[in-house]
Design a protein around this ligand. Structure first.
Ligand code: ADP
Length: 586
């Protein structure tokens, strides 16, 4: 319970008694003593003035005849000070009863002049009037100050929760509530949850408040729920008489007697509830309820404004994110378009070259075979031309096959026919088939092959791996030796195709296994940038790996490792993500 409170919640009112005779002070005390008054006894004018330096009692009962500083002189000093001027003074005297003294008393600002022996009932009644005036005065200044404090808290804040905590604190301290709680309506669950609290420092144990934070209240449940439902402030003078009150036991344990709750609202919408508890028994004050309701509306408007601002800010954070995402997508689309355009130009060049060569050769053959051209050219010359034509046709076929493979890979339709394959024999066979190109490129080939390395794979796809890697070595490392190694470690077959060509810069190495990616240095050498991509897909479909070891200037080694026993071969990532493949291949 608050130190200066009466058990009923009425604050104790200070009354200053001044008399040089102790027996007079005692008899005044005997008459006035009651729980509502705080009687301060002083035995001289000086002592009284000292007390008034930092106190403002509701009334001064002042003896007239006193040594040193008499009652009139004391009253003059009291009335001369701005701070104490308004304190009512009643002179109490047994001696100075003449009219002139009475006048003198009123001249010194007295509100009454009482002779001894006084009528106890009259004295009590007069004192009670001034006490009542002080109470009214205190009440009105509290109402004004609570309104001001709430307005200040709401006018100047950076964070809405801090502002509401400040409102709770200012209402509690101005109105002597021990505990204030802020309940917020959760629009989604349609319940009230406790968002913040403030309690008086002398009210430390607050299991009741802790309990509030753990529960959600539906409409109509508990005091906050009832306020939410009725949209009206609620005052409960004696909580113990309440039956439907969820935290009643905890509240009783903590001696909470009175509660008041008010809606936080904007127009028709209740946004939350402010709830207050006191350890005193406080009777309902309609003016206070009105002021608290006005504060509820103020808090509601601020809360709404803050929420709207937050919403606006939120949608601004979100719009920015969409803009960034769009910019990213746009850039990716631009890059994809660029890749597609590059691909078109390379593909048309690649396809045009063998076609042009074929056309030329056919024209020469036609000219050669014309009757007017005279004698038939030698069979050897014709054979050479047809041979060259066949190579160009092979080149065209290879290009078209690569394109088809990419389309199949993208659709997840590259099929595999797993059977036993002798890798050692296959490598030798491919090496034989490439004798001419190897010789033409001046690339001596060295084979280091362990015999009979077999595995369960797709024969033609393994062949494709070998042809691609060997063709690349011939294409990118002409004039340099090439080495092919086949070995086996446990259940893994290892194939290495090594050249001593220009090598591939480190930063470009990870990219060359992607579709249409070509290392910068090879831009002048024909190719679509599909070979290694297809190789990698085939290797991974066989549950194997491929990696590159290369240094610029020393050459490149492509290392393929394949498990010798696989149950089936499937593409690791059948469906390629959209947007990376040029439209031509779709
Ligand atoms: P393409 O040969 O059609 O360009 P690939 O997918 O076979 O496509 O190869 C991708 C790129 O990798 C080539 O463009 C080339 O830059 C690089 N590359 C491949 N093999 C070698 C090699 N043996 N030496 C140097 N660069 C190579």
């Amino acid at each position: 319970m608050n130190k200066k409170s009466h058990p009923d919640g009425l604050e104790k009112i200070d009354i200053l008694l001044v008399d040089d005779r102790r027996e007079n002070l005692l008899s005044l005390e005997a008459v006035l003593a009651c729980a509502e008054y705080n009687l301060i006894k002083t035995t001289s004018g000086y002592e009284a003035l000292r007390y008034l330096l930092d106190h403002t009692p509701a009334l001064i009962l002042l003896d007239v005849q006193m040594p040193e500083l008499n009652g009139f002189e004391t009253a003059s000093i009291i009335k001369s000070s701005e701070r104490t001027r308004e304190i009512p003074i009643i002179f109490v005297t047994a001696i100075n009863k003449d009219q002139q003294f009475v006048h003198q008393g009123y001249d010194h600002g007295a509100v009454d002049y009482i002779y001894k022996p006084y009528d106890i009932h009259i004295l009590k009644a007069k004192v009670a009037i001034f006490v009542d005036i002080r109470r009214q005065h205190n009440r009105i200044s509290r109402l004004v100050s609570v309104q001001q404090a709430a307005t200040t808290s709401l006018a100047d804040f950076t964070q809405i929760d801090t502002a509401i905590s400040n409102v709770l604190e200012s209402i509690c301290t101005s109105l002597r509530w021990d505990l204030g709680l802020f309940w917020r309506v959760d629009a989604q669950t349609q319940t009230l949850y406790c968002r913040s609290e403030w309690h008086d420092p002398t009210y430390s144990s607050s299991d009741f408040a802790k309990g509030c934070f753990k529960q959600n209240l539906s409409r109509g449940v508990g005091l906050p729920g009832r306020v939410w439902e009725n949209k009206k402030a609620l005052w409960v003078t004696e909580l113990l008489k309440e039956t439907a009150f969820p935290g009643l036991i905890a509240a009783t344990k903590e001696n909470l007697h009175t509660a008041a709750a008010l809606p936080i609202y904007v127009q028709d919408e209740t946004m939350g509830v402010l709830e207050f508890y006191s350890r005193n028994s406080l009777s309902e004050d309609p003016d206070l309820v009105n002021i608290m309701s006005a504060i509820g509306s103020q808090v509601g408007q601020v809360l709404k404004r803050t929420e709207t601002l937050e919403l606006i800010q939120d949608s601004e954070a979100r719009l920015a994110a969409i803009a960034i995402e769009n910019a990213k997508l746009y850039q990716e689309a631009q890059e994809a378009i660029q890749v597609r355009d590059d691909f078109f130009s390379i593909a048309s060049h690649e396809l045009k070259t063998p076609i042009t060569a074929l056309k030329m050769m056919i024209q020469i053959i036609q000219r050669t075979l014309k009757p007017e051209a005279g004698a038939l050219s030698s069979g050897e010359k014709l054979f050479k031309m047809l041979d060259a034509s066949s190579k160009q046709i092979n080149r065209l076929t290879h290009l078209v096959e690569d394109l088809l493979d990419v389309v199949k890979i993208r659709a997840g339709k590259l099929s595999f026919n797993v059977e036993e394959v002798n890798l050692s024999d296959l490598v030798k066979e491919i090496a034989d088939q490439h004798c001419d190109p190897l010789a033409a490129a001046k690339c001596p080939l060295k084979l280091k092959i362990e015999p009979n390395i077999k595995g369960h794979w797709d024969y033609s796809r393994i062949e494709q791996i070998l042809v691609n890697l060997l063709s690349n070595a011939i294409k990118y490392a002409p004039g340099n030796p090439i080495k092919i190694e086949v070995s086996r470690i446990d259940h893994t077959a290892k194939l290495v195709v090594q050249d001593s060509g220009p090598g591939i810069p480190k930063e470009q190495q990870p990219k060359i296994f992607n579709r249409f990616e070509r290392a910068l240095a090879s831009q002048n050498i024909s190719g679509l940038g599909l070979g290694l991509f297809i190789v990698k897909q085939i290797v991974e479909a066989h549950h194997g790996t491929i990696h590159l070891e290369s240094e610029v200037g020393t050459g490149s080694s492509f290392i393929v490792e394949l498990p010798t026993k696989i149950l089936d071969a499937t593409l690791p990532n059948p469906k390629m993500p959209e947007g990376h493949l040029p439209a031509v291949a779709s």
